[in-house]
Design a protein around this ligand. Structure first.
Ligand code: FAD
Length: 500
Protein backbone atom coordinates (compact mmCIF):
# COMPACT_ATOMS: atom_id res chain seq x y z
CA UNK A 1 0.00 0.00 0.00
CA UNK A 2 1.71 3.19 -1.24
CA UNK A 3 -0.34 5.11 1.30
CA UNK A 4 1.74 3.71 4.14
CA UNK A 5 4.85 5.35 2.67
CA UNK A 6 3.09 8.68 2.26
CA UNK A 7 4.88 11.67 3.77
CA UNK A 8 2.29 13.72 5.61
CA UNK A 9 2.35 15.99 8.66
CA UNK A 10 -0.47 14.05 10.34
CA UNK A 11 -0.58 10.53 11.75
CA UNK A 12 -1.29 7.18 10.16
CA UNK A 13 -2.54 4.38 12.43
CA UNK A 14 -2.69 0.71 11.67
CA UNK A 15 -2.66 -0.78 15.18
CA UNK A 16 -5.53 -3.03 16.22
CA UNK A 17 -6.68 -0.84 19.13
CA UNK A 18 -7.12 2.23 16.91
CA UNK A 19 -8.80 0.23 14.14
CA UNK A 20 -11.22 -1.25 16.70
CA UNK A 21 -11.98 2.18 18.14
CA UNK A 22 -12.87 3.56 14.72
CA UNK A 23 -14.85 0.47 13.67
CA UNK A 24 -17.90 1.78 15.56
CA UNK A 25 -19.90 4.98 15.69
CA UNK A 26 -23.10 5.45 17.74
CA UNK A 27 -25.05 3.19 15.35
CA UNK A 28 -25.42 -0.58 15.66
CA UNK A 29 -22.89 -1.31 12.92
CA UNK A 30 -19.26 -2.38 13.06
CA UNK A 31 -16.78 -2.28 10.18
CA UNK A 32 -13.05 -2.61 10.77
CA UNK A 33 -11.10 -0.10 8.64
CA UNK A 34 -7.66 -0.82 7.13
CA UNK A 35 -6.20 2.51 8.20
CA UNK A 36 -7.07 5.49 10.35
CA UNK A 37 -5.43 8.75 9.30
CA UNK A 38 -5.52 12.00 11.25
CA UNK A 39 -4.57 14.70 8.72
CA UNK A 40 -2.97 17.93 9.92
CA UNK A 41 -3.45 20.07 6.82
CA UNK A 42 -5.40 20.34 3.59
CA UNK A 43 -2.20 19.41 1.82
CA UNK A 44 -2.20 16.12 3.79
CA UNK A 45 -5.76 15.43 2.68
CA UNK A 46 -4.98 16.13 -0.98
CA UNK A 47 -2.06 13.68 -0.81
CA UNK A 48 -4.19 11.06 0.95
CA UNK A 49 -6.93 11.33 -1.69
CA UNK A 50 -4.48 10.96 -4.59
CA UNK A 51 -2.76 8.03 -2.93
CA UNK A 52 -6.10 6.35 -2.09
CA UNK A 53 -7.08 6.61 -5.76
CA UNK A 54 -3.81 4.88 -6.74
CA UNK A 55 -4.27 2.17 -4.13
CA UNK A 56 -7.96 1.65 -5.03
CA UNK A 57 -9.08 2.49 -1.48
CA UNK A 58 -12.17 4.35 -0.27
CA UNK A 59 -12.31 7.22 2.23
CA UNK A 60 -14.78 7.79 5.07
CA UNK A 61 -14.69 11.09 6.98
CA UNK A 62 -15.31 11.14 10.68
CA UNK A 63 -15.66 14.03 13.11
CA UNK A 64 -17.37 13.26 16.43
CA UNK A 65 -18.38 9.69 15.53
CA UNK A 66 -21.81 10.11 17.16
CA UNK A 67 -23.77 9.39 13.97
CA UNK A 68 -26.67 6.97 14.42
CA UNK A 69 -27.08 5.69 10.87
CA UNK A 70 -23.67 4.01 10.42
CA UNK A 71 -22.25 6.60 8.05
CA UNK A 72 -19.00 7.40 9.90
CA UNK A 73 -17.47 3.92 9.53
CA UNK A 74 -15.99 2.23 6.47
CA UNK A 75 -13.75 -0.62 5.34
CA UNK A 76 -10.70 1.26 4.01
CA UNK A 77 -9.50 4.65 5.28
CA UNK A 78 -11.09 6.61 8.11
CA UNK A 79 -10.08 10.28 8.13
CA UNK A 80 -10.19 11.45 11.73
CA UNK A 81 -10.83 15.19 11.98
CA UNK A 82 -11.15 15.38 15.74
CA UNK A 83 -7.41 15.05 16.38
CA UNK A 84 -6.03 18.07 14.49
CA UNK A 85 -8.85 19.83 12.61
CA UNK A 86 -10.48 21.08 15.78
CA UNK A 87 -10.05 24.83 15.94
CA UNK A 88 -12.45 27.76 15.84
CA UNK A 89 -10.68 30.07 13.38
CA UNK A 90 -12.90 33.13 13.68
CA UNK A 91 -16.05 34.22 15.51
CA UNK A 92 -18.09 37.24 14.53
CA UNK A 93 -19.95 38.40 11.48
CA UNK A 94 -18.35 35.55 9.63
CA UNK A 95 -17.62 32.57 11.83
CA UNK A 96 -15.14 29.99 10.61
CA UNK A 97 -14.68 26.62 12.22
CA UNK A 98 -12.84 23.39 11.45
CA UNK A 99 -14.87 20.17 11.13
CA UNK A 100 -13.38 18.28 14.09
CA UNK A 101 -14.40 20.97 16.61
CA UNK A 102 -16.66 19.49 19.29
CA UNK A 103 -19.95 21.36 19.22
CA UNK A 104 -20.04 22.09 22.96
CA UNK A 105 -16.54 23.64 22.77
CA UNK A 106 -17.72 25.84 19.92
CA UNK A 107 -20.89 26.86 21.81
CA UNK A 108 -18.75 27.75 24.80
CA UNK A 109 -16.48 29.97 22.67
CA UNK A 110 -19.51 31.74 21.17
CA UNK A 111 -20.99 32.65 24.55
CA UNK A 112 -18.54 35.46 25.23
CA UNK A 113 -19.48 37.04 21.88
CA UNK A 114 -23.19 37.03 22.76
CA UNK A 115 -23.84 34.79 19.76
CA UNK A 116 -25.51 31.46 19.31
CA UNK A 117 -26.23 28.68 16.87
CA UNK A 118 -29.85 27.92 17.64
CA UNK A 119 -29.79 24.33 16.34
CA UNK A 120 -28.08 22.14 18.92
CA UNK A 121 -28.33 18.34 18.71
CA UNK A 122 -28.62 16.51 22.04
CA UNK A 123 -25.24 14.92 21.31
CA UNK A 124 -23.47 18.30 21.52
CA UNK A 125 -20.90 17.00 24.02
CA UNK A 126 -19.61 14.43 21.53
CA UNK A 127 -20.59 15.50 18.01
CA UNK A 128 -18.49 17.92 15.96
CA UNK A 129 -19.22 20.52 13.31
CA UNK A 130 -18.07 18.33 10.40
CA UNK A 131 -20.64 15.69 11.31
CA UNK A 132 -23.29 18.34 11.99
CA UNK A 133 -22.81 19.57 8.45
CA UNK A 134 -22.37 16.03 7.10
CA UNK A 135 -25.77 14.99 8.48
CA UNK A 136 -27.48 18.43 8.31
CA UNK A 137 -28.22 18.22 12.00
CA UNK A 138 -31.27 19.38 13.87
CA UNK A 139 -31.94 20.28 17.49
CA UNK A 140 -35.01 21.26 19.49
CA UNK A 141 -34.58 24.79 18.07
CA UNK A 142 -35.25 23.50 14.55
CA UNK A 143 -38.95 24.04 15.35
CA UNK A 144 -38.34 27.79 15.09
CA UNK A 145 -34.98 28.23 13.38
CA UNK A 146 -34.65 25.41 10.82
CA UNK A 147 -31.77 22.93 10.46
CA UNK A 148 -28.09 23.81 10.56
CA UNK A 149 -28.32 24.31 6.79
CA UNK A 150 -29.92 27.72 7.40
CA UNK A 151 -26.72 28.89 9.12
CA UNK A 152 -24.07 27.68 6.67
CA UNK A 153 -22.80 30.38 4.34
CA UNK A 154 -19.91 28.62 2.59
CA UNK A 155 -17.66 25.58 2.79
CA UNK A 156 -14.10 24.70 1.90
CA UNK A 157 -13.50 21.08 0.91
CA UNK A 158 -11.20 18.64 -0.82
CA UNK A 159 -12.81 17.04 -3.85
CA UNK A 160 -12.66 13.38 -4.84
CA UNK A 161 -9.79 14.15 -7.22
CA UNK A 162 -7.70 15.81 -4.52
CA UNK A 163 -8.34 19.45 -5.37
CA UNK A 164 -9.18 22.16 -2.78
CA UNK A 165 -12.49 23.88 -3.60
CA UNK A 166 -13.87 26.90 -1.77
CA UNK A 167 -17.46 27.94 -2.36
CA UNK A 168 -16.45 31.52 -1.48
CA UNK A 169 -14.17 31.50 -4.51
CA UNK A 170 -14.50 30.57 -8.19
CA UNK A 171 -15.60 26.98 -8.69
CA UNK A 172 -13.70 24.73 -11.11
CA UNK A 173 -15.47 24.88 -14.47
CA UNK A 174 -16.49 21.18 -14.53
CA UNK A 175 -18.36 21.68 -11.23
CA UNK A 176 -19.96 24.99 -12.12
CA UNK A 177 -21.14 23.75 -15.52
CA UNK A 178 -22.28 20.42 -14.06
CA UNK A 179 -24.37 22.13 -11.40
CA UNK A 180 -25.95 24.46 -13.96
CA UNK A 181 -26.81 21.47 -16.17
CA UNK A 182 -28.36 19.43 -13.32
CA UNK A 183 -30.27 22.46 -12.03
CA UNK A 184 -31.74 23.25 -15.45
CA UNK A 185 -32.89 19.62 -15.90
CA UNK A 186 -34.38 19.52 -12.41
CA UNK A 187 -36.30 22.78 -12.82
CA UNK A 188 -37.70 21.48 -16.08
CA UNK A 189 -38.94 18.26 -14.45
CA UNK A 190 -42.18 19.16 -12.72
CA UNK A 191 -42.82 15.60 -11.48
CA UNK A 192 -39.49 15.49 -9.61
CA UNK A 193 -39.92 19.03 -8.31
CA UNK A 194 -43.27 18.05 -6.85
CA UNK A 195 -41.85 14.93 -5.17
CA UNK A 196 -39.15 17.01 -3.49
CA UNK A 197 -41.47 19.86 -2.46
CA UNK A 198 -43.91 17.39 -0.87
CA UNK A 199 -41.33 15.72 1.36
CA UNK A 200 -41.45 16.46 5.10
CA UNK A 201 -39.37 19.40 6.27
CA UNK A 202 -36.30 17.51 7.53
CA UNK A 203 -36.35 14.66 4.98
CA UNK A 204 -32.79 13.59 4.18
CA UNK A 205 -30.79 12.37 1.21
CA UNK A 206 -29.08 15.02 -0.90
CA UNK A 207 -30.51 18.47 -0.40
CA UNK A 208 -32.26 18.66 -3.80
CA UNK A 209 -34.30 21.63 -2.61
CA UNK A 210 -31.07 23.65 -2.97
CA UNK A 211 -31.35 23.26 -6.75
CA UNK A 212 -34.52 25.32 -6.79
CA UNK A 213 -33.77 27.54 -3.81
CA UNK A 214 -30.47 28.97 -5.08
CA UNK A 215 -29.35 30.29 -8.43
CA UNK A 216 -25.62 30.63 -7.83
CA UNK A 217 -23.79 27.30 -8.42
CA UNK A 218 -21.42 28.02 -5.49
CA UNK A 219 -24.40 28.39 -3.13
CA UNK A 220 -25.87 25.18 -4.50
CA UNK A 221 -22.59 23.32 -3.91
CA UNK A 222 -22.48 24.63 -0.33
CA UNK A 223 -25.97 23.40 0.45
CA UNK A 224 -25.55 20.08 -1.37
CA UNK A 225 -22.56 19.33 0.84
CA UNK A 226 -24.77 19.90 3.88
CA UNK A 227 -26.35 16.50 4.54
CA UNK A 228 -24.18 14.62 2.04
CA UNK A 229 -22.70 12.31 4.75
CA UNK A 230 -19.19 12.62 3.39
CA UNK A 231 -20.07 11.29 -0.07
CA UNK A 232 -19.50 14.46 -2.10
CA UNK A 233 -16.41 16.07 -0.60
CA UNK A 234 -14.08 16.19 2.39
CA UNK A 235 -14.98 19.30 4.39
CA UNK A 236 -12.04 21.25 5.85
CA UNK A 237 -13.60 24.58 6.81
CA UNK A 238 -17.16 25.64 7.62
CA UNK A 239 -18.40 29.24 7.60
CA UNK A 240 -21.49 30.03 9.61
CA UNK A 241 -23.89 32.87 10.20
CA UNK A 242 -24.67 33.01 13.91
CA UNK A 243 -27.51 34.88 15.59
CA UNK A 244 -27.52 36.93 18.77
CA UNK A 245 -28.09 34.96 21.90
CA UNK A 246 -31.69 34.20 22.93
CA UNK A 247 -32.70 32.64 26.20
CA UNK A 248 -35.77 30.54 26.79
CA UNK A 249 -38.34 32.61 28.72
CA UNK A 250 -40.29 29.63 29.90
CA UNK A 251 -40.68 25.93 29.28
CA UNK A 252 -43.68 23.78 30.15
CA UNK A 253 -43.46 20.06 30.78
CA UNK A 254 -46.99 18.64 30.61
CA UNK A 255 -47.77 15.00 31.41
CA UNK A 256 -50.94 14.02 29.53
CA UNK A 257 -53.50 11.31 30.23
CA UNK A 258 -54.70 11.15 26.65
CA UNK A 259 -52.29 10.92 23.72
CA UNK A 260 -54.74 12.37 21.18
CA UNK A 261 -55.12 15.40 23.45
CA UNK A 262 -51.34 15.73 23.54
CA UNK A 263 -51.24 15.86 19.74
CA UNK A 264 -54.14 18.30 19.61
CA UNK A 265 -52.38 20.56 22.12
CA UNK A 266 -49.12 20.33 20.16
CA UNK A 267 -50.94 21.41 17.03
CA UNK A 268 -52.31 24.49 18.80
CA UNK A 269 -49.03 25.30 20.55
CA UNK A 270 -47.16 25.17 17.26
CA UNK A 271 -49.18 28.19 16.14
CA UNK A 272 -47.46 30.17 18.93
CA UNK A 273 -44.09 29.61 17.23
CA UNK A 274 -42.32 27.93 20.16
CA UNK A 275 -38.54 27.49 20.14
CA UNK A 276 -38.97 23.79 20.93
CA UNK A 277 -41.91 21.41 20.86
CA UNK A 278 -41.03 17.88 21.88
CA UNK A 279 -42.74 14.76 23.15
CA UNK A 280 -42.05 11.45 24.85
CA UNK A 281 -44.54 8.61 24.84
CA UNK A 282 -45.49 6.64 27.96
CA UNK A 283 -42.90 3.91 27.33
CA UNK A 284 -40.11 6.46 26.94
CA UNK A 285 -41.17 8.51 29.99
CA UNK A 286 -41.08 5.35 32.09
CA UNK A 287 -37.44 4.63 31.19
CA UNK A 288 -36.12 8.18 31.55
CA UNK A 289 -34.64 8.65 34.95
CA UNK A 290 -34.87 12.04 36.60
CA UNK A 291 -37.17 14.59 38.14
CA UNK A 292 -39.14 16.21 35.34
CA UNK A 293 -39.51 13.85 32.41
CA UNK A 294 -39.86 10.58 34.28
CA UNK A 295 -43.44 9.35 34.71
CA UNK A 296 -44.62 5.83 35.40
CA UNK A 297 -48.26 6.43 36.34
CA UNK A 298 -50.47 3.89 34.52
CA UNK A 299 -52.83 6.73 33.52
CA UNK A 300 -50.01 8.53 31.67
CA UNK A 301 -49.93 8.45 27.86
CA UNK A 302 -47.27 10.98 26.92
CA UNK A 303 -45.42 14.16 27.79
CA UNK A 304 -45.19 17.41 25.91
CA UNK A 305 -42.28 19.80 26.34
CA UNK A 306 -42.83 23.27 24.95
CA UNK A 307 -40.31 26.08 25.16
CA UNK A 308 -40.76 29.75 24.26
CA UNK A 309 -37.94 32.19 23.63
CA UNK A 310 -40.07 34.95 22.10
CA UNK A 311 -42.51 37.05 24.13
CA UNK A 312 -44.09 36.77 27.58
CA UNK A 313 -47.43 36.92 25.80
CA UNK A 314 -46.68 33.61 24.03
CA UNK A 315 -45.78 32.07 27.39
CA UNK A 316 -49.11 33.24 28.84
CA UNK A 317 -51.05 31.91 25.84
CA UNK A 318 -49.20 28.59 26.17
CA UNK A 319 -50.09 28.32 29.86
CA UNK A 320 -53.75 29.10 29.20
CA UNK A 321 -53.90 26.60 26.38
CA UNK A 322 -52.48 23.77 28.48
CA UNK A 323 -55.01 24.51 31.26
CA UNK A 324 -57.72 23.13 28.94
CA UNK A 325 -56.37 19.61 29.22
CA UNK A 326 -56.67 16.89 31.80
CA UNK A 327 -53.04 16.60 32.91
CA UNK A 328 -51.38 14.36 35.46
CA UNK A 329 -48.80 17.03 36.19
CA UNK A 330 -47.42 20.22 34.70
CA UNK A 331 -44.13 22.03 35.38
CA UNK A 332 -43.46 25.62 34.42
CA UNK A 333 -39.77 26.39 34.29
CA UNK A 334 -38.28 29.86 33.93
CA UNK A 335 -34.86 31.05 32.80
CA UNK A 336 -32.42 30.71 35.68
CA UNK A 337 -34.58 28.24 37.68
CA UNK A 338 -32.74 25.25 39.09
CA UNK A 339 -35.06 23.08 37.02
CA UNK A 340 -33.86 24.69 33.81
CA UNK A 341 -30.49 22.92 33.92
CA UNK A 342 -32.12 19.72 35.17
CA UNK A 343 -34.52 19.71 32.23
CA UNK A 344 -31.73 20.45 29.74
CA UNK A 345 -29.81 17.47 31.03
CA UNK A 346 -32.84 15.16 31.09
CA UNK A 347 -33.66 16.07 27.48
CA UNK A 348 -30.09 15.15 26.49
CA UNK A 349 -30.41 11.89 28.39
CA UNK A 350 -33.48 10.61 26.53
CA UNK A 351 -31.66 8.31 24.12
CA UNK A 352 -28.93 7.26 26.60
CA UNK A 353 -31.72 6.35 29.09
CA UNK A 354 -33.30 4.03 26.53
CA UNK A 355 -29.91 2.47 25.77
CA UNK A 356 -29.39 1.92 29.49
CA UNK A 357 -32.81 0.31 29.87
CA UNK A 358 -32.06 -2.02 26.92
CA UNK A 359 -28.61 -2.94 28.26
CA UNK A 360 -29.91 -3.68 31.75
CA UNK A 361 -32.63 -5.92 30.33
CA UNK A 362 -30.39 -7.65 27.79
CA UNK A 363 -32.41 -6.21 24.92
CA UNK A 364 -31.07 -5.13 21.54
CA UNK A 365 -32.08 -1.61 20.52
CA UNK A 366 -30.71 -0.96 17.02
CA UNK A 367 -31.24 2.44 15.45
CA UNK A 368 -33.31 1.31 12.46
CA UNK A 369 -36.46 3.43 12.55
CA UNK A 370 -35.08 6.14 14.80
CA UNK A 371 -34.98 8.85 12.19
CA UNK A 372 -38.51 9.23 10.86
CA UNK A 373 -39.56 12.50 9.26
CA UNK A 374 -43.27 13.07 8.70
CA UNK A 375 -45.77 15.88 8.26
CA UNK A 376 -47.07 16.86 11.70
CA UNK A 377 -50.71 16.34 10.64
CA UNK A 378 -49.95 12.61 10.13
CA UNK A 379 -48.07 12.08 13.36
CA UNK A 380 -50.91 10.44 15.34
CA UNK A 381 -51.67 7.94 12.59
CA UNK A 382 -48.01 7.03 12.09
CA UNK A 383 -47.48 6.60 15.84
CA UNK A 384 -50.55 4.39 16.13
CA UNK A 385 -49.75 2.22 13.11
CA UNK A 386 -46.14 1.59 14.10
CA UNK A 387 -47.29 0.70 17.62
CA UNK A 388 -49.73 -1.85 16.15
CA UNK A 389 -47.00 -3.33 13.93
CA UNK A 390 -44.79 -3.78 16.99
CA UNK A 391 -47.61 -5.35 18.99
CA UNK A 392 -48.15 -7.93 16.25
CA UNK A 393 -44.48 -8.82 16.42
CA UNK A 394 -44.57 -9.00 20.20
CA UNK A 395 -41.89 -6.30 20.47
CA UNK A 396 -41.87 -3.28 22.73
CA UNK A 397 -41.07 0.21 21.46
CA UNK A 398 -40.42 3.69 22.86
CA UNK A 399 -40.99 6.95 21.00
CA UNK A 400 -39.76 10.45 21.52
CA UNK A 401 -39.14 13.30 19.14
CA UNK A 402 -39.82 16.77 17.92
CA UNK A 403 -43.40 17.60 17.01
CA UNK A 404 -42.26 21.09 16.08
CA UNK A 405 -40.67 19.80 12.86
CA UNK A 406 -42.01 16.28 12.34
CA UNK A 407 -39.06 14.28 13.64
CA UNK A 408 -39.87 10.99 15.37
CA UNK A 409 -37.32 8.75 17.07
CA UNK A 410 -38.84 5.29 17.32
CA UNK A 411 -36.80 2.73 19.26
CA UNK A 412 -37.91 -0.89 19.10
CA UNK A 413 -36.45 -3.47 21.50
CA UNK A 414 -35.48 -6.98 20.39
CA UNK A 415 -34.51 -10.12 22.25
CA UNK A 416 -30.80 -10.60 21.55
CA UNK A 417 -31.19 -14.36 21.62
CA UNK A 418 -34.03 -14.44 19.09
CA UNK A 419 -33.03 -16.84 16.32
CA UNK A 420 -35.07 -14.74 13.87
CA UNK A 421 -33.45 -11.46 14.86
CA UNK A 422 -32.34 -10.49 11.32
CA UNK A 423 -35.77 -11.26 9.98
CA UNK A 424 -37.54 -9.27 12.69
CA UNK A 425 -35.26 -6.28 12.17
CA UNK A 426 -36.02 -6.39 8.44
CA UNK A 427 -39.79 -6.64 9.09
CA UNK A 428 -39.83 -3.68 11.49
CA UNK A 429 -37.81 -1.61 9.04
CA UNK A 430 -39.79 -2.47 5.89
CA UNK A 431 -43.13 -2.44 7.74
CA UNK A 432 -42.40 1.07 9.01
CA UNK A 433 -41.35 2.14 5.53
CA UNK A 434 -44.69 0.91 4.14
CA UNK A 435 -46.57 2.89 6.81
CA UNK A 436 -44.55 6.01 6.05
CA UNK A 437 -45.09 5.62 2.31
CA UNK A 438 -48.81 6.21 2.82
CA UNK A 439 -48.10 9.54 4.51
CA UNK A 440 -45.20 10.68 2.31
CA UNK A 441 -42.88 10.29 5.27
CA UNK A 442 -39.32 8.93 5.30
CA UNK A 443 -36.96 6.85 7.41
CA UNK A 444 -34.12 9.18 6.42
CA UNK A 445 -34.56 12.33 8.48
CA UNK A 446 -32.23 14.28 10.77
CA UNK A 447 -29.47 11.65 11.04
CA UNK A 448 -29.46 11.32 7.28
CA UNK A 449 -28.61 8.51 4.92
CA UNK A 450 -26.52 5.67 6.28
CA UNK A 451 -26.51 1.90 6.45
CA UNK A 452 -29.73 1.71 8.48
CA UNK A 453 -32.12 3.43 6.09
CA UNK A 454 -30.73 4.33 2.64
CA UNK A 455 -32.19 1.26 0.89
CA UNK A 456 -35.57 2.97 0.69
CA UNK A 457 -34.44 6.27 -0.80
CA UNK A 458 -34.68 5.10 -4.41
CA UNK A 459 -38.29 3.94 -4.07
CA UNK A 460 -39.23 6.93 -1.96
CA UNK A 461 -37.80 9.52 -4.33
CA UNK A 462 -39.00 7.79 -7.51
CA UNK A 463 -38.14 9.91 -10.56
CA UNK A 464 -36.27 12.43 -8.42
CA UNK A 465 -33.68 9.84 -7.32
CA UNK A 466 -31.78 10.21 -10.59
CA UNK A 467 -30.76 13.74 -9.53
CA UNK A 468 -29.03 12.24 -6.49
CA UNK A 469 -27.15 9.91 -8.87
CA UNK A 470 -26.24 12.79 -11.20
CA UNK A 471 -24.91 14.80 -8.28
CA UNK A 472 -22.84 11.88 -6.99
CA UNK A 473 -21.39 11.28 -10.47
CA UNK A 474 -20.51 14.95 -10.82
CA UNK A 475 -18.72 15.19 -7.45
CA UNK A 476 -17.32 11.68 -7.11
CA UNK A 477 -17.45 9.70 -10.38
CA UNK A 478 -15.29 6.82 -9.07
CA UNK A 479 -17.19 6.42 -5.79
CA UNK A 480 -14.13 7.13 -3.66
CA UNK A 481 -16.07 8.75 -0.81
CA UNK A 482 -18.04 6.79 1.77
CA UNK A 483 -19.52 3.96 -0.29
CA UNK A 484 -22.24 1.87 1.38
CA UNK A 485 -24.15 4.85 2.74
CA UNK A 486 -26.44 7.02 0.56
CA UNK A 487 -26.66 4.53 -2.31
CA UNK A 488 -26.56 1.48 -0.07
CA UNK A 489 -28.68 -1.48 -1.06
CA UNK A 490 -27.37 -4.11 1.39
CA UNK A 491 -29.88 -5.61 3.86
CA UNK A 492 -29.97 -3.27 6.82
CA UNK A 493 -28.84 -5.94 9.30
CA UNK A 494 -25.63 -6.64 7.35
CA UNK A 495 -22.58 -5.68 9.46
CA UNK A 496 -24.82 -4.99 12.45
CA UNK A 497 -23.39 -5.91 15.85
CA UNK A 498 -25.96 -7.66 17.99
CA UNK A 499 -23.95 -7.31 21.18
CA UNK A 500 -23.16 -3.81 22.43
C1 FAD B 1 -27.32 10.63 22.34
C2 FAD B 1 -27.43 11.16 20.92
C3 FAD B 1 -28.29 12.19 20.67
C4 FAD B 1 -28.41 12.72 19.36
N1 FAD B 1 -29.23 13.77 19.14
C5 FAD B 1 -29.30 14.30 17.90
C6 FAD B 1 -30.12 15.45 17.66
O1 FAD B 1 -30.75 16.01 18.58
N2 FAD B 1 -30.18 15.94 16.39
C7 FAD B 1 -29.45 15.38 15.37
O2 FAD B 1 -29.51 15.86 14.24
N3 FAD B 1 -28.67 14.30 15.57
C8 FAD B 1 -28.57 13.76 16.80
N4 FAD B 1 -27.75 12.68 17.01
C9 FAD B 1 -27.00 12.09 15.89
C10 FAD B 1 -25.58 12.70 15.70
O3 FAD B 1 -25.05 13.14 16.92
C11 FAD B 1 -25.64 13.85 14.71
O4 FAD B 1 -25.98 13.33 13.46
C12 FAD B 1 -24.33 14.65 14.61
O5 FAD B 1 -24.57 15.77 13.79
C13 FAD B 1 -23.19 13.84 14.06
O6 FAD B 1 -22.00 14.57 14.26
P1 FAD B 1 -20.58 13.82 14.43
O7 FAD B 1 -19.52 14.83 14.46
O8 FAD B 1 -20.61 12.87 15.54
O9 FAD B 1 -20.54 13.07 13.02
P2 FAD B 1 -19.86 11.72 12.58
O10 FAD B 1 -20.61 10.57 13.18
O11 FAD B 1 -18.41 11.76 12.76
O12 FAD B 1 -20.20 11.80 11.03
C14 FAD B 1 -21.51 11.92 10.54
C15 FAD B 1 -21.45 12.00 9.01
O13 FAD B 1 -20.79 13.19 8.62
C16 FAD B 1 -19.69 12.88 7.77
N5 FAD B 1 -18.57 13.77 8.07
C17 FAD B 1 -17.94 13.94 9.26
N6 FAD B 1 -16.91 14.80 9.12
C18 FAD B 1 -16.88 15.17 7.82
C19 FAD B 1 -16.01 15.98 7.05
N7 FAD B 1 -14.98 16.62 7.59
N8 FAD B 1 -16.25 16.10 5.72
C20 FAD B 1 -17.30 15.46 5.14
N9 FAD B 1 -18.13 14.67 5.82
C21 FAD B 1 -17.93 14.52 7.15
C22 FAD B 1 -19.33 11.45 8.10
O14 FAD B 1 -18.68 10.80 7.02
C23 FAD B 1 -20.67 10.85 8.40
O15 FAD B 1 -21.28 10.45 7.21
C24 FAD B 1 -27.64 12.14 18.30
C25 FAD B 1 -26.76 11.09 18.58
C26 FAD B 1 -26.65 10.59 19.86
C27 FAD B 1 -25.68 9.48 20.12
Amino acid sequence: MALLRLEIEGDIFQDQATLEKFSRDASSYKILPRLVIAPKSEDDICKIVKSAINDGLHITCRSGGSGLSGSAIGKDIILDFKRYFNRVLQIGEKTIVQPGTILDDFLHDMESYGLMLPVIPSSSASCALGGNIGTRSTGPGTARYGTIDEFVTSIRFVSSNGEVIDTDETLPSYLEEGIRRIRAKFLDDSASLEIIQNRPYIAGGYNLKALSRYLDPAQIVTHLLVGSVGTLGIITEIRLRLISRQTAKATFVAHFKNFDHLIEAADELKKLNPSALEFTDASCSKHVKGKLLNMSDSAHSGTLIVEFDNSQQQVDYGRELLKNYDLLKIWEIHAGDKNEAILRNERKQLLPSLWKFARENNLFMPSIIDDIAIHLKDFSKVHREISILMKHLGQDISFFGHLGFGSVHAHPYFNRMDSNLNQKIAIVSSGTFEILKKYKGTLVGAHNAGRSCSIYLKEELGKAFKYMEMIKTLFDPDNLLNPGTVFNTAPIYEQMMFSM
